[in-house]
Design a protein around this ligand. Structure first.
Ligand SMILES: [Zn+2]
Length: 434
């Protein structure tokens, strides 16, 4: 006797929709079959789509930015995630300079994540390294992670990693099978002048600062054979040029992520009455750049949200310097992207993330995998609604989407059932663990 069955739904398996029934025993998917078998709890999914639980590779819950902290902590962030069909998130440790600091930052932040309803994992994050880089990489692995994020910018706040160390980290990534995540903006092309406001974001952080830095880092990845993952690629021109010059390494040792905001909006939204709400880094780009991003969608390996929500009053800040940059999006990501790219987006939000992170039990509807499942209802002419996180607004309210999640299950247990949250305890995901 199975614990739960999801019957009569369309299941997404190996890139296609198939009408099958799925059976859960304990935390695992125990069977996928045409037959109807006995289960203690039967969930009728007639007319619904049954997806592998989504994995968001890029969130910032409870991020302390000095003057303000992002409003969605690991509890509220995971509530919003559950409404968005997301069953696992990857957040970031505080930036650290050496292996000892990394270990401390891991234990401090992983504790905050215990509030999460869904499963969680962290990226290590390096800044101005001052210790042995090999020790840093070894510590990352020892702590159950395989990704190290670096910034090519933010030298003003001591977060930049310089090229010499980037090259060393790429070399080490090959030796230790880790992945180097890079925030790609050329530091010397970014200028934040005292008189600038949020409206100056596009000139303060121009698209070419991303494109130029991306091409340079791609060259390093090609030379070293190291594993490089570019986070939140915002500019279609960046993608176009990477594809033109580095198609031989894209998907092999160069991986690219983008986020829904860069597909849905262009920088004219910064000019509107609520322009201050459309603020994040990298910023929104021109309509031409947005269209190029859409056109080169296939180049992307993953979609993350960069979820980092601030209340609207936090955005009442007179200057660009000190302005809280970031928006929420985890609840909306699938609905928005599915509307625009249909099935093509599903692997980028599940299987591909599991693959690069070595989340061996996640990412697919397959017998033996964790029963992380998201049940989606297509709704014609759906408009995005007010969210369920703690933020007082969303830039996506009223935007055309494709529908909503009815149920979300993590390791066989409901976290969202008939659109209501069910208490659940998320678990840390360890890379490579079965
Ligand atoms: Zn981010």
């Amino acid at each position: 006797m199975f614990d739960k069955s999801l019957i009569n739904g369309q299941l997404f398996i190996n890139g296609k929709w198939v009408k099958k029934n799925l059976y859960i025993l304990g935390e695992k998917i125990a069977d996928i079959s045409d037959e109807i078998k006995d289960a203690k709890e039967v969930i009728d999914c007639s007319g619904l789509k049954v997806l592998p639980g989504l994995i968001d590779p890029h969130v910032h819950f409870e991020l302390n930015c000095g003057r303000v902290t992002s409003v969605d902590d690991f509890y509220y962030g995971s509530v919003a995630a559950a409404y968005g069909g997301v069953t696992s998130i990857v957040d970031f440790l505080d930036p650290t300079r050496n292996a000892e600091e990394l270990e401390e930052s891991y234990y401090a932040r992983i504790k905050l994540a215990e509030k999460s309803l869904i499963d969680y994992h962290m990226h290590a994050c390096i800044r101005e390294p001052n210790g042995d880089l090999e020790e840093y990489v070894k510590m990352t692995k020892k702590l159950g992670m395989k990704t190290i994020k670096l910034f090519t910018t933010y030298s003003d706040t001591h977060r930049r990693t310089y090229d010499e160390d980037i090259i060393k980290l790429l070399e080490l990534s090959k030796k230790y099978d880790v992945l180097i995540l890079a925030h790609i903006e050329a530091d010397d092309m970014i200028s934040i002048k005292p008189e600038m406001t949020y409206k100056d974001l596009p000139i303060s952080r121009p698209g070419y600062s991303e494109t130029i830095e991306a091409l340079k880092l791609a060259k390093y990845a090609k030379k070293t054979g190291g594993f490089l993952y570019m986070v939140h690629c915002s500019s279609g021109e960046t993608l176009r040029q990477l594809k033109e010059e580095y198609s031989d390494i894209i998907g092999k040792n160069l991986f690219i992520e983008s986020c829904p905001q860069y597909f849905v909006f262009n920088n004219s939204f910064l000019e509107g009455e609520n322009g201050k709400l459309f603020t994040f880094a990298p910023p929104l780009r021109s309509e031409r750049e947005r269209q190029l991003l859409v056109h080169n969608f296939d180049t992307l390996l993953t979609i993350g949200t960069d979820h980092c929500a601030f209340n609207s009053e936090d955005k009442n800040w007179p200057t660009l310097a000190g302005f809280p940059l970031g928006v929420g999006g985890i609840e909306y990501s699938f609905s928005l992207m599915y509307k625009r790219f249909e099935e093509k987006v599903i692997d980028k939000m599940s299987k591909n993330v599991a693959m690069i992170e070595d989340f061996l039990t996640k990412g697919e509807l397959k017998v033996g995998k964790d029963a992380d499942i998201a049940v989606f209802k297509d709704i014609f002419n759906y408009r995005e609604q007010k969210g369920h996180g703690r933020c007082d607004y969303s830039i996506y309210e009223g935007v055309l989407g494709s529908g909503e999640f009815i149920h979300t299950l993590v390791r066989g247990e409901f976290v969202l059932k008939d659109r209501k949250i069910i208490p659940h305890k998320g678990k840390e995901i360890i890379c490579g663990e079965k």
